[in-house]
Design a protein around this ligand. Structure first.
Ligand SMILES: [Zn+2]
Length: 511
C-alpha cells in the first residue's frame, strides 16, 4: 500500500475531475485513508510538476497543449474505495478517480448529447489492487451503453471487458458509469473510444509523401491556424478528361473518431490496389479528392461535436443565401468556407463529380449497422423525380457497400425531418443537391461503435478500416455501372425497388 502515495492522476482532453466517494468500513481502511490524506498534499505538488513535464514530452497527446487555452481544469483526485456489493467485496481497497466529462469549450448551453468524448492519461495506477474510474456526465442520452478502451502505449488499444463496466446512478440527460480494473502497468491511457488524433493523421500523410498516386495540399487554415489538408488520389499519368471525380470529407465531428479510421482505410486501400494495376477501383478513370479531417481545431481541443470558441456544429453550417442558391452566407464557419471554395474550384476545373460522401460515426446502441443518412423519407415525395432517383441510387450504393463489407448490411435510413425538401436544409448534401440534384450521389455515411452484425463483437478500428475499403470498392462498382455502363452478364444488377427496399430502415425517431 505504500506505493499508493506516489500515485497521481492527471487528466486530459476533455475533462475536469471532481470528487470521488470514499468507502470506509473498518479501522484498517480508516487508517489507510488518513495516511492517504496526508500524502495527497504531497501528491498534488508532484502532479503539478508532472503536468508541466508532460507538456513537453507528450506531443502526441494533443489536447494537453491546448488544455489551458480551452479551460480544462487540471485537477485530480484519488481516494481509496470500497464496493458495497457482496460480489465485489474482494475488490475493495484500490484507487478511485472521477472523470467529469465536460461540455465542448465549457459551453454549458450546448445540448447534453453534444457531450460525450473523453480521453485521459492516468498515472500511478495500482497494479496489485483494482482501480475504480468513474465516468461522470456522458451526455449521449444515457441510453447507449459504451465499452471504453485503454492502452499502455497509445499504439496497442484494448477494450475493457463488459464485466469491468458498471452503471452508476445517473441524473437527467447525463449518464454515469464506472470501470473497475486492475491494470498491468501504472500508466494507462483511457478513452471512450479508439482515439484518432491530428498527429495520427500527420503520420499518415508523412507515410504517403512521394507516393506517385497521391498529391497532398493545404486548402486553407483553421481559425487556430492549423492546416486543412486535401489528398488528391488518382493516376496522374492518365488523362483527366477520361476521369470522374469523387469528393469525400470526414471528421466534421471530433468525437466520431471512427470516421477517421474509415477514411484512412479507404485511402490506404486505393493506394495499395494501385501499386499493382488498380483492378477494382481504377485510378486511371477516377480522381478522389479527400479531406480527411475537417474540424482539426475541434479534434485538438478534445471537443465532442463543435469547433472551439464559437461552438458551431459545422454539419449545420452549410447555410446558403437562398433556398435555391449555392452561394454560402458570409457568416458560415471558416472550415465550411474552405471546403466549399475548394469544391467549387474543382467543379470549375473539371472533370465532373459523380459521388460526394460525408463520413460520420453514430454513438450507436448495440446491433446497429453502419448506415447512409438519406435525407429522404421512404418515397422522397417532397423532392420530386430527381429525389426519387437519388434515393434509389443511395439504396444501390448501400447494397454495393454491403456486398464488400463482411457480408453485413449497410442500411439507408431517413434523416430527421425527412418530409422537408433537401434545399431547405443546411447540410453539405443540400449544397450538392442544389448544384447537381441526382447527378451527384451525395450522402452521409455513419459507421458504428457497438456490436455490429457480422462481427458479433464490439466494433474495433480495424473493422472501421475495412468499412473504408468496402466503400472504395463500392465506388469502383458504382463507377462501372453508372459512368462506364459496363456490367458483366454474370453480375447483372438487380435494381428492383422492392429488393432494394430491404436496405431501407425506417428508424425515424431513433438516434
Ligand atoms: Zn457526425
Amino acid at each position: 500500500m505504500k506505493r499508493i502515495g506516489y500515485f497521481l492522476i492527471f487528466l486530459l482532453l476533455t475533462f475536469s475531475l471532481s470528487f470521488a466517494q470514499t468507502g470506509k468500513t473498518d479501522k484498517k481502511k480508516d487508517s489507510i485513508k488518513e495516511k492517504n490524506k496526508k500524502e495527497k498534499v504531497k501528491t498534488k505538488t508532484k502532479s503539478e510538476k508532472e503536468v508541466k513535464k508532460n507538456k513537453i514530452f507528450e506531443d502526441d497527446f494533443e489536447s494537453l497543449t491546448d488544455s489551458a487555452k480551452t479551460g480544462l481544469i487540471l485537477d485530480y483526485h484519488r481516494e481509496l474505495f470500497s464496493v458495497d456489493s457482496n460480489d465485489q467485496e474482494s475488490l475493495s481497497g484500490g484507487l478511485e478517480w472521477n472523470i467529469q466529462v465536460r461540455d465542448d469549450n465549457n459551453n454549458s448551453s450546448l445540448p447534453p448529447k453534444f457531450r460525450n468524448w473523453w480521453y485521459v492519461k492516468l498515472e500511478g495506477l495500482s497494479t496489485t489492487l483494482p482501480n475504480k474510474i468513474n465516468i461522470i456526465g456522458d451526455g449521449w442520452q444515457g441510453k447507449h451503453y459504451v465499452v471504453p478502451v485503454y492502452s499502455y502505449d497509445r499504439i496497442n488499444w484494448f477494450r475493457f471487458k463488459p464485466e469491468e463496466i458498471y452503471t452508476s446512478e445517473s441524473s437527467g440527460a447525463y449518464f454515469n458509469y464506472y470501470l473497475l480494473k486492475k491494470f498491468e502497468k501504472p500508466t494507462v491511457w483511457v478513452a471512450r473510444y479508439y482515439p484518432y488524433t491530428f498527429n495520427r493523421l500527420k503520420n499518415l500523410l508523412k507515410s504517403l509523401e512521394g507516393n506517385p498516386f497521391v498529391k497532398i495540399e493545404t486548402i486553407g487554415k483553421t481559425p487556430q491556424n492549423r492546416p486543412i489538408v486535401m489528398l488528391t488520389i488518382t493516376d496522374f499519368k492518365a488523362d483527366d478528361k477520361q476521369k470522374r471525380r469523387i469528393w469525400i470529407h470526414s471528421r466534421t465531428h471530433p468525437s466520431e473518431t471512427g470516421s477517421s479510421f474509415v477514411v484512412e482505410g479507404l485511402i490506404r486501400f486505393l493506394i495499395n490496389e494501385c501499386n499493382t494495376c488498380c483492378p477494382r477501383v481504377d485510378l486511371k478513370k477516377m480522381i478522389f479528392n479527400i479531406v480527411p479531417m475537417v474540424n482539426v481545431d475541434g479534434v485538438v481541443a478534445g471537443n465532442s461535436r463543435t469547433v472551439p470558441v464559437t461552438s458551431k456544429d459545422l454539419e449545420r453550417q452549410w447555410i446558403r443565401v437562398g433556398e435555391n442558391e449555392s452561394t454560402l452566407v458570409d457568416t458560415v464557419s471558416t472550415e465550411v468556407k474552405i471546403l466549399e471554395k475548394t469544391m467549387r474550384e474543382l467543379i470549375n476545373l473539371g472533370p465532373k463529380f459523380f459521388i460526394a460522401l460525408n463520413l460520420h460515426q453514430t454513438h450507436s446502441p448495440p446491433n446497429q449497422r453502419p448506415f447512409i443518412f438519406s435525407n429522404f423519407s421512404k418515397k422522397a415525395e417532397v423532392n420530386g423525380e430527381a429525389g426519387e432517383k437519388l434515393f434509389v441510387r443511395q439504396l444501390i450504393f448501400s447494397k454495393l457497400i454491403s456486398k464488400e463489407y463482411c457480408g453485413d448490411t449497410v442500411y439507408v435510413r431517413p434523416s430527421y425531418e425527412p418530409g422537408v425538401q433537401l434545399e431547405k436544409k443546411v447540410f453539405p448534401e443540400s449544397w450538392w443537391w442544389v448544384n447537381f440534384k441526382d447527378e451527384v450521389l451525395a450522402a452521409t455515411i455513419e459507421n458504428t461503435i457497438g456490436i455490429n452484425g457480422c462481427f458479433e463483437e464490439w466494433v474495433n478500428y480495424q473493422d472501421q478500416i475495412k468499412l473504408g475499403e468496402a466503400i472504395a470498392l463500392a465506388i469502383g462498382k458504382y463507377h462501372q455501372y453508372f459512368i462506364e455502363k459496363k456490367w458483366y452478364r454474370y453480375e447483372a444488377p438487380n435494381w428492383d425497388l422492392n429488393e432494394l427496399m430491404k436496405f431501407f430502415i425506417d428508424s425515424s425517431g431513433d438516434q
